[in-house]
Design a protein around this ligand. Structure first.
Ligand code: ASP
Length: 320
């Protein structure tokens, strides 16, 4: 039995955007990301299913006020938080998610519950009803830093395109953006799953729909799984997650699929990033933005993309 098991793999992200200001910021994000890997990897060694491990990883990242998902989500133009999250089970090839939900600690929990429902993507009012129906307690994800950020932006009439990549003012450039979280996992049985959770771009129009709860931003099959971050409109225009996964299904290696897709995104002047892995155990990441806050566990070692060269569009590890 044990001989049939594959070595589990994880890749996670905490957003993409412009560069982190100083070493201090970088180390803080590194500690947060590595702590999640150190929590989730042992679950996989103990036999957890990819879907459950993805949910656990997303919950931990949603709880980290540094990132723009769950607690620490950015505020929209009307000062409200509306979060979106999606979960895709690659083996069952089943997508579920919530769009613009408020007052919940872990939006990914709603996506997990919806895996079993015949209506698998719910938006605002319906998502709130569902939250009540399954008995999850209400929760206020607002943090002081995000509130202050919103107050400052209101004074400037919301001229920035997106909110800060991480919610630590001293850590980021004033130009920084993004901060969504994502987790993609290959478990010991060879199953792939992907999850993504976001507070959105920040300061957006009421009713704006993020890519994070669409197959453009979060997608998986039995062969590969992808989670995206960056400007949602750009990710949707490229249909990035599905595009990379379909290329793998059609015979490209994961690296080739990332390479082709990011070359296209770059030519199209998109501002985005993605992480992914495939059923052979290969892990890859890509970005057209300045930085991608991603980290991975290969089973032998932990690595991250925090100091990855600005010049490269794509990186990978474990390609056969
Ligand atoms: N993609 C997210 C959105 O546009 C934002 C992000 O990745 O930070 O809603």
């Amino acid at each position: 039995m044990l001989a049939d098991r594959v070595q589990p793999k994880i890749i996670i992200h905490g957003g993409a955007g412009s560069s982190l200001k100083g070493k201090g910021g970088l180390e803080l994000v590194r500690r947060s990301l590595h702590a999640v890997l150190e929590d989730v990897y042992p679950m996989l060694v103990a036999g957890a299913a990819a879907v459950d491990a993805v949910v656990r990883g997303c919950q931990l990242l949603e709880d980290d006020a540094c990132f723009n998902a769950g607690t620490g989500s950015v505020l929209q133009s009307d000062g409200q938080i509306r979060m979106s999250a999606a979960l895709m089970d690659g083996t069952a090839q089943r997508f579920s998610g919530v769009i613009n939900v408020s007052r919940v600690q872990h939006p990914i929990d709603l996506a997990l519950k919806l895996q079993e429902s015949s209506d698998r993507v719910l938006s605002d009012y319906g998502a709130l009803e569902f939250l009540r129906e399954i008995g999850l307690p209400t929760y206020d994800p607002t943090t002081e830093i995000r509130l202050q950020e919103w107050i400052q932006e209101r004074a400037g009439n919301f001229s920035r395109e997106m909110a800060g990549v991480v919610a630590e003012k001293e850590l980021v450039d004033s130009e920084a953006g993004r901060g969504t979280i994502g987790v993609v996992i290959l478990d010991g049985e060879g199953r792939v799953a992907a999850g993504t959770s976001t507070g959105g771009k920040g300061f957006e129009r009421i009713g704006r729909v993020s890519d994070s709860a669409m197959p453009a931003g979060n997608y998986a099959t039995a062969q590969a799984g992808i989670s995206c971050t960056g400007i949602g409109e750009d990710i949707i225009n490229e249909c990035l997650a599905a595009r990379i996964v379909v290329r793998v299904a059609d015979g490209m290696t994961l690296h080739q699929a990332f390479d082709r897709s990011f070359t296209e995104s770059y030519k199209n002047q998109r501002d985005l990033g993605a992480i992914g892995l495939d059923a052979t155990g290969a892990i890859a990441w890509g970005k057209t933005s300045e930085v991608l806050l991603a980290a991975y566990h290969t089973g032998d070692a932990i690595g991250d993309t925090l100091e990855w060269s600005d010049a490269d569009l794509v990186g990978s590890i474990g390609m056969e």
